[in-house]
Design a protein around this ligand. Sequence first.
Ligand code: 5GP
Ligand code: MG
Ligand code: MG
Length: 171
Amino acid sequence: MTTLIPMISQKEITQKVKEIGRQISLDYENKELILIGILKGSFVFLADLTRVITLDHQVDLVGVSSYSGTSTTGIIKFTKEPDLELKGKDILIVEDIVDTGRTLSALLNFFKTYEPGSMKVCTLIDKSERRETPVDVDYACFHLNKGFIVGYGLDYDQKYRNLPAIFDLKL
Ligand code: 5GP
Ligand code: MG
Ligand code: MG
């Protein structure tokens, strides 16, 4: 039987996203901010985050699929590359979860080749205690270290992305 245990409520998410959005709005004053959402997991977070940032900014999306077990550094394949010109821009990568850090590390190396003016990371969930590859996370809404979570864009087998709050999935 599949059980969904409530972990983070809709209200807590709304409050925290607003807070992070306010901080980003302060930090990126007079900068050329581009939010880059990593599909698919970040789409709900990105949609809420972009609406609480009070500065003019652009939004782009990239698609990535990862191959596990082939390399310690992580090998990723882009299923959708960025559309916008990133050179010299202040890019903020918007992730759903940073877990081992392999995906993010590979992403950061990839985005460096576009020569952005600056590059930072914002994640909904940081599982920092599980890190295997060191990566800097600049903005994290929540820290968790156990469980497999779903909802608010996060899936299990492509399901549960529509849930408005975050749940621990027990199979
Ligand atoms: P890593 O940091 O290990 O390279 O991978 C992070 C990715 O693994 C996340 O972006 C997410 O897609 C997936 N992931 C890690 N932990 C969870 C979890 O608890 N729930 C879900 N739905 N995905 C997870
Ligand atoms: Mg992700
Ligand atoms: Mg997934």
